[in-house]
Design a protein around this ligand. Sequence first.
Ligand code: ATP
Length: 248
Amino acid sequence: MSTLSLRDLSVAFDGTPVLNGVDLDVEPGDLRFLIGPNGAGKTTLVDAVTGLAPATGRARFGAHDLLGKSVHRIARLGIGRTFQTATVFEELTVAQNLDIAAGARRSVGTLLRRRTRLPESVSEALETTGLADVAERKAGELAHGQKQWLEIGMLLVQDVQLMLLDEPVAGMSHDERQATGELLRRIGAERTLVVIEHDMDFVRSFARSVTVLHAGQVLSEGTVEQVQADPQVQEVYLGRTTTASQEA
Ligand SMILES: Nc1ncnc2c1ncn2[C@@H]1O[C@H](COP(=O)(O)OP(=O)(O)OP(=O)(O)O)[C@@H](O)[C@H]1O
């Protein structure tokens, strides 16, 4: 299992720095939450690691250098991500979505035919994500939470070792959040997981460690308790939340 290691990672858009010298290490088995105010650079960090944003500095996953590699090559190293909006094939069933993600080399006709036996990786992903009961339902008919779990399942069948999730519980009910947190714990035990999140209750419940980004830099890092007790975090991040809620 591999460690994600970032050194002096920087991204600028049109000359404006958005990430500014980020150092970050995430060990396998960690469940790292990336928090910070809007515009702090959280999604940009994930974009840089997955090849979507041009970056300088160093980004390694295990023995592999990531910077300068194409999105496709980075994905082939076992690095996968989700986006804030789920990207599943709505007209296909849950099982078919997983089947396609598993990349089985079959013709489209064979793929779309109802199959009596699913590949093992697909069956496992259905069990792990709790979607076995809805395997034959169209993805477009799933509840919001289930769509997010399907997306995570699509990364599982690809045997993704570094999973980067962008606000996976946004818009979920309390029960769906709880189920998602437990899912992340289960799959995180054998992988390296980085989760962007705004919901502090969710972070408190499930984070093993937290990195706070602010204005493109790491402001604080540690356990939830350590980060919450950091006066800089209180001032910049939590302080801002208080102000916002007072204004509301
Ligand atoms: N492709 C781009 N071109 C120009 N500016 C960009 C681009 N992508 C992001 N930015 C800017 O970079 C800054 C950081 O954005 P980013 O989405 O990484 O923040 P974030 O911490 O994920 O915020 P949020 O919590 O709102 O999702 C913002 O000011 C944003 O407008």
